[in-house]
Design a protein around this ligand. Structure first.
Ligand SMILES: [Cu+2]
Length: 290
């Protein structure tokens, strides 16, 4: 039989463990900078990088904070019940079994439903602002992925850049010889994505967006780059032997610098567009011998 005074040590243990847990969480979080917490551990340069990054970050932060609160409550309850209801010296047989507790059943059913409904509507709202963004592009850029580099067509200016594969030298950055995509700042962009051969994926981590590039299924990424700077990009779909070297740089520059750059391409003779004539033909053309 439990005597009432036995609840005493149980409670003080629970308190001690609770304090220890709180100290551990604080110690863990104090290792993070304010910047890391406010960007939800996304790349720091994603802050203000495009007109979409804030929506992604707040959805992500809201989700993990809500789940962390649920986690803390559940871990707390587990620890508390382990200590408060632990087997004591004079206990014999099984303790009183608890089942069909209506309040607990309701809590365990209603809380996940509220979370799922909440996440669903928040996600839909964010998708409407981001992936469904169809703002017409003031500047249209065609990005073609190919094993294992990138071609860029600056459609408005009718100039192009033909990329060649990066040769990694052990440094983390793609390097100056990597294909570089120039984007004018504060301009509505329509980045048309096309694959010349196999499935690739266009990914600029700082933009917090990634799009698959499937042969025959072109799509576009409409956004505004809002912060000048240099970013890195990569192919995010295993696409063959040198997938890891399918890297590129992104330079978000002022509109004047962007015009200078596209003019420099024209000066080099890179006028016109690199079209589907450079796509790999998987199947023999009609009428050709097999
Ligand atoms: Cu690829």
């Amino acid at each position: 039989m439990d005597s009432p005074n036995q609840a005493g040590p149980g409670r003080s243990w629970a308190k001690r463990l609770g304090t220890l847990g709180a100290v551990a969480v604080l110690a863990l979080l104090s290792g993070c900078t304010k910047e890391q917490i406010s960007t939800g551990f996304f790349p720091a340069e994603s802050k203000g990088a495009t007109n979409h990054t804030e929506a992604y970050t707040s959805l992500w932060n809201g989700a993990w904070i809500a789940l962390l609160i649920v986690g803390l409550i559940v871990w707390g309850l587990i620890l508390w019940s382990m200590i408060a209801y632990r087997r004591r010296k004079n206990d014999r047989g099984l303790p009183v079994q608890l089942r069909y507790s209506m309040p607990i059943e309701i809590l365990f059913t209603v809380t996940p439903v509220i979370l799922v409904v909440g996440f669903f509507f928040q996600s839909v709202q964010v998708m409407e602002k981001t992936t469904d963004d169809t703002t017409p592009g003031e500047q249209v850029i065609e990005v073609s992925a190919k094993q294992w580099a990138w071609d860029f067509n600056y459609v408005n200016q009718d100039v192009y850049f033909a990329g060649t594969q990066v040769n990694l030298d052990g440094s983390e950055k793609p390097g100056e010889t990597a294909p570089t995509l120039y984007l004018p700042v504060d301009t509505d962009l329509e980045i048309k994505l096309h694959s010349r051969d196999v499935i690739h994926s266009f990914w600029v981590p700082a933009f917090l967006e990634k799009r698959d590039m499937i042969p025959g299924h072109d799509q576009s990424l409409n956004l505004r780059a809002e912060k000048e700077g240099e970013y890195v990009g990569k192919c995010a779909e295993l696409c063959g032997e040198y997938h890891s070297e399918m890297l590129f740089n992104v330079k978000v520059v002022s509109k004047v610098e962007f015009e200078d750059y596209t003019e420099s391409l024209a000066d080099k003779g890179n006028t016109g567009q690199l079209g589907s004539e450079y796509d790999r033909n998987w199947y023999p053309k009609e009428g050709a011998e097999k």
